[in-house]
Design a protein around this ligand. Structure first.
Ligand code: ZN
Length: 266
């Protein structure tokens, strides 16, 4: 049986890493073969045509040799969607890095994951098109949860199935509760009605239905906190890219009183 084969495939660059002095490793989430590590020799050489593809968040059609063990190899690219706007904006870049980092952590390499591939492809496209990257990332985080083996029920009350009205989240029931059933869990998370509305919406909206969203800073902070709680409880991974976002948000979001005081003292 052949262990390697030459193929054309769609892919998203997750990250790149220097290898030895002159070479580069580039991790690509391929539509057809899952996540694979590719080896590029002599990346710094001026005439190396693959230099231009060594950028995270780049989406393209690739030609290369797929190996079932170890590194795979690239020969050429086509239909390149270069993330020009994303890498030149610190916020867009940070959220894109978080999304690719989550993708890398959520499931094993070598496994075909069509649904996540399409989600990431479209999500990165939305960020590149200028949609609020925090919203794009929120949708991604929520819709990726099943890949971590978690399927919270955001759609309807875990007790009665109601799907209209006010909702809060219950870890105990792994889903939302309607207002009539808030009393079923003393330790419900006390999501604000706004946060709960958007999280429920984000759990179901496909990216192609997502236009420009304009959320208030407080609503964004509430959603961020709610998703952080869910990820802490259900996923428990701590990515550097996420840590960076937290720092960045502290800095760019002075609406939080406690944080503002900190600046006053300095
Ligand atoms: Zn209910």
């Amino acid at each position: 049986m052949r262990k390697d084969h030459y193929a054309r495939f769609d892919g998203i660059v997750l990250f790149t890493r220097k290898y030895k002095e002159k070479d580069l490793l580039i991790k690509i989430f391929t539509k057809e073969f899952g996540k694979r590590m590719f080896f590029i020799k002599n990346i710094q050489r001026q005439n190396n045509g693959l230099r231009e593809i060594a950028f995270p968040y780049m989406r393209a059609s690739f030609v290369g040799t797929i190996n079932d063990k170890g590194f795979s190899f690239l020969n050429d690219t086509d239909d390149v969607l270069f993330p020009k706007a994303t890498i030149s904006n610190i916020q867009a870049n940070a959220y894109a890095a978080y999304m690719t980092g989550l993708t890398d952590a959520a499931f094993e390499d070598f496994i075909e994951e069509d649904k996540v591939f399409n989600l990431l492809w479209q999500g990165l496209g939305k960020i590149e098109a200028g949609v609020d990257p925090s919203v794009v990332a929120n949708i991604f985080e929520i819709q990726l949860l099943p890949k971590f083996g978690v399927g919270p029920n955001f759609r309807s009350c875990a007790i009665c199935g109601r799907d209209q009205g006010r909702f809060d989240y219950s870890m105990q029931y792994a889903g939302v509760l309607c207002e009539q059933h808030f009393h079923m869990d003393d330790r419900r998370l006390h999501w604000s009605p706004r946060a709960s509305h958007f999280i429920r919406l984000f759990s179901q909206i496909p990216y192609d239905k997502l236009g420009q969203v304009d959320l208030q800073a407080t609503t964004k902070t509430e959603i961020r906190q709610a998703l952080d709680d869910l990820y802490e409880e259900y996923v428990g991974i701590h990515l550097k890219s996420k840590h960076f976002i937290s720092q960045m948000e502290t800095f760019v979001n002075p609406l939080d009183d406690k944080r503002e005081k900190k600046y006053d003292n300095s």
